[in-house]
Structure formats: structure tokens, C-alpha cells
Design a protein around this ligand. Structure first.
Ligand SMILES: [Zn+2]
Length: 219
């Protein structure tokens, strides 16, 4: 089961529950705000969250992590480059909103790491680094469920901004064309700030063409 929960503090970000239907264990991806509401959802559905996974360290994706970390007592996982953001309120942009935010006790994982449920290891996500929007950008991909949680790397008919700390446009387009769009066509792409899309749909965009810069980044 996948549950998409838009959460808001300054801006709205999609948090996702990726839950194994057999035992309701699973992962919470990008809890960017509204920790109390996310906690209530966990209790109502009787979910057991084994890990919090972060696609990158921007404040609108990590805002509820510290509170949920203490409520749930679960590990928090992100790319090995994430410390540049979660330990630095300037880079994670929280400082510019007047509420400096840092995280500690984060597991930094290398590209290609498989993250599995303890008792159902076949229920898993693969961390794939997709830098460009940030240096620590990563997606979480499930081949068996044909889904990828893509953060702010790619959106429905758009892509992530590259004009903030650590952003790099060439790296972003390389991440999109060489990694995300090489996943199977039927893969659903669930982003931080748009409706769902698919690899097949996004292949119709001018990602590979010279006019690709006519596509406007949305956030
Ligand atoms: Zn972002």
C-alpha cells in the first residue's frame, strides 16, 4: 500500500507511506511537516514504521523528522551526502525561514543500498543517487511494485530547481535521463510536489532534446 499525504509548513510537500500489506510494516518517506498528523495516521492504520527515508535534506522534506524520530524510535536514512544539508540550516534552507533546523543520528547510505523490512526482506527499496537538485538527491525504487519515490529530481512534466545550494543543472539532467528514465516504462514516479507520473509519460518530455530548457522547474 502506498499512502500519499500532503503536509504543509510554508510549502506543501508529499510525504509517502510505503507499507507491506501482509503485516502493515513499512517505510515513511519525506515527512516534511505535521509530525502529529503523520503519527495519528500511523496509529489509525496500525502501521509499524521501520525506517524514515529521505530523498534529500531540504527543510520541506525533513521538517517532521526530529519529532517523529523521538516518537517512533526508528532509524533515519538518506544518501551519504545528506550531512551537508541536515547538519547545516543554511544549506537545508530552514534558516531563511527563521527556524534553523538540523538533524542528528542519521544513517548515511551509499548509492545502490537495498533497504529491506526486517521480517519480509523481499519488501525492499533501492537507494539510487540522483544529484542535481541537491548534491544528496536520491530516489527509492521498488522493482516489484514498479514505483520510485523521486523527491524533487523530477515532477510530472517538470523537474527540480538547480539554483540552490549544491544544485547543478547538468547533473540533474544526467540523473533524469541516465537513471530515472532508464527504469522500466511502467514505473510510477511519486514526487515531492506534483501528481504521480510514469517513466513512459516523462519520456515524452523533451529531456533529451536541445529545447529541454523550455521545461520550467516547479520547485
Ligand atoms: Zn528540494
Amino acid at each position: 500500500m502506498i499512502l500519499q499525504v500532503p503536509v504543509t509548513a510554508y510549502i506543501t510537500t508529499n510525504a509517502y507511506f510505503f507499507i507491506h500489506d501482509g503485516d502493515q510494516h513499512g517505510f515513511l518517506i519525506d515527512p516534511g511537516a505535521e509530525a502529529d498528523r503523520l503519527y495519528r495516521i500511523i496509529q489509525e492504520h496500525k502501521f509499524t514504521i521501520e525506517r524514515i527515508l529521505l530523498t534529500h535534506g531540504h527543510f520541506d522534506h525533513i521538517g517532521a523528522v526530529a519529532q517523529l524520530q523521538s516518537m517512533l524510535k526508528v532509524p533515519v536514512t538518506m544518501s551519504e551526502h545528506g550531512y551537508e544539508y541536515v547538519e547545516n540550516p543554511t544549506w537545508n534552507l530552514s534558516e531563511s525561514f527563521g527556524e534553523p533546523l538540523t538533524l542528528s543520528h542519521v544513517d548515511y547510505l551509499v548509492d545502490g543500498t537495498i533497504i529491506s523490512l526486517k521480517e519480509t526482506p523481499s519488501f525492499q527499496l533501492k537507494l539510487i543517487e540522483t544529484p542535481g537538485h541537491t548534491t544528496d538527491g536520491a530516489i527509492y525504487y521498488s522493482k516489484s511494485d514498479a514505483v520510485a519515490f523521486v523527491g524533487d529530481t523530477i515532477f510530472k512534466s517538470s523537474y527540480g530547481r538547480t539554483d540552490m545550494y549544491g544544485g547543478n543543472e547538468e547533473m540533474l539532467f544526467a540523473s533524469i535521463t541516465k537513471k530515472i528514465l532508464r527504469l522500466p516504462d511502467e514505473t510510477t514516479l511519486l514526487s515531492g510536489h506534483s501528481d504521480p507520473t510514469t517513466v513512459a509519460e516523462e519520456k515524452k518530455m523533451p529531456w533529451y532534446a536541445e529545447d529541454r530548457k523550455d521545461v520550467i522547474p516547479i520547485i
